[in-house]
Design a protein around this ligand. Structure first.
Ligand code: SAM
Ligand code: SF4
Ligand code: SF4
Length: 339
């Protein structure tokens, strides 16, 4: 993974954060809550919402660039359903952001000319063909995603698969790593998190028990040591094992201080677990993006989720020498920091 531009500016923002300053270094924009499939564990698609107009999204990206943002993530809902996505990707490029998209992959092939401009695509795959299609409730979803992944890879876009570890696929992790090996891409894992956004609940029979999770994560650690393409840091896997299912995760959180999310209607929130807590003072199009970001609550003491995105950053920023060494070695090899 190429490091983003302006490394000194990033180092400066990190140093300021240690003294209490806030810079939205990484922004995740949930372009929409709409989706073309229905994964059993996803409650986000049940949230009713408006979306910002394209000119508001572009103005938001410009504002965050001025505030020091270097990483931009297009997420959702399903971002490939959003018509002006190509325009947003071009703006991310002109602002020199490192641009990532998280997708179920079904819409990638149809929009490859726009998507090949991304730096990284995280494609969610939750098992081999049958399991994946059943999880999304769409026959053919696996094959559509594989076609998209191959096209992206041929265009030179970095790709990583993301598997939500749940009761249905915890015995199929070897097949997931074989798939990563066949495609030449990393496979990231995060456990199913019991979010309750939109009033919906994750079905309890999808949530692995403690011993099942420990076995699965131990196995992943062994495979990582054997150099298989597990794209989770060792620190993340160990912290997951120590905390699952009801102990606090082992690192302070930088949500709202170094990273944040923006909902489709333009509320700035610390992280994806907090989309429901949308305050008028955090509505970017109304109060301005800097004020909206600076009005976020302090979440430094929160340790209540296992989402890989924020927790890998939190572990890295906990400055343990072993985490930093591994990340630096990966960066020097042009790999994702948590490979
Ligand atoms: C909400 S989706 C949006 C992007 C795109 N539609 C996709 O599925 O990749 C972002 C990621 O969150 C994961 N996810 C959704 N609900 C989850 C949950 N309850 N626990 C853990 N991960 C979840 C999805 O599988 C996906 O990898
Ligand atoms: S594809 Fe993504 S947004 Fe759609 S239901 Fe699945 S996890 Fe949710
Ligand atoms: S620990 Fe998780 S839920 Fe808590 S603020 Fe951080 S990202 Fe959000």
């Amino acid at each position: 993974m190429p490091l983003p531009n302006h490394p000194f500016q990033i180092a400066n923002s990190l140093a300021k954060a240690r003294l209490g300053g806030r810079t939205p270094l990484k922004v995740t924009h949930l372009l929409t809550y709409a989706c073309n499939v229905e994964c059993g564990f996803c409650t986000r698609i049940h949230i009713p919402s408006e979306t910002m107009e394209p000119h508001q999204v572009l103005a938001m990206m410009d504002s965050f660039a001025r505030l020091g943002t270097r990483w931009w993530v297009f997420n959702g809902g399903e971002p490939t359903l959003v018509k002006p996505l190509g325009q947003y990707i071009e703006r991310a490029r002109s602002l020199e952001f490192h641009a990532t998209m998280v997708t179920n992959g079904t819409g990638v092939a149809a929009r490859i000319d726009e998507l090949k401009r991304l730096d990284l695509v995280i494609c969610s795959i939750h098992g081999p063909r049958d399991t994946h299609d059943r999880t999304l409730g769409r026959e053919g979803a696996f094959d559509e995603a594989m076609r998209g992944v191959r096209m992206l890879r041929d265009e030179g876009v970095e790709v990583c698969l993301l598997c939500v570890l749940n009761e249905r696929n915890r015995d199929l992790l070897d097949a997931m790593l074989c798939l990563g090996e066949e495609l030449g891409v990393g496979v990231a894992f995060q456990p199913v998190v019991e979010t309750q956004l939109g009033g919906a609940q994750v079905p309890l029979d999808l949530v692995p028990r403690q011993t099942a999770m420990t076995d699965a994560v131990n196995w992943l650690l062994e495979q990582k040591m054997a150099d298989r393409p597990v794209s989770c840091s060792r620190a993340y896997l160990e912290a997951l094992m120590d905390s699952w299912p009801n102990r606090p995760f082992g690192a302070n959180c930088w949500a709202g201080r170094l990273f944040c999310e923006v909902t489709p209607e333009g509320f700035v929130v610390p992280c994806c677990s907090e989309e429901e807590y949308t305050f008028a003072r955090c509505h970017g199009p109304t109060v301005g993006w800097e004020r909206a970001f600076l009005a976020l609550p302090d979440r430094s003491e929160c340790r209540s989720c296992w989402f890989k995105g924020p927790q890998e950053i939190n572990l890295l920023l906990s400055m343990q020498p072993s985490h930093l060494k591994r990340a630096a070695t990966n960066a020097a090899r042009g790999r994702l920091l948590w490979d």
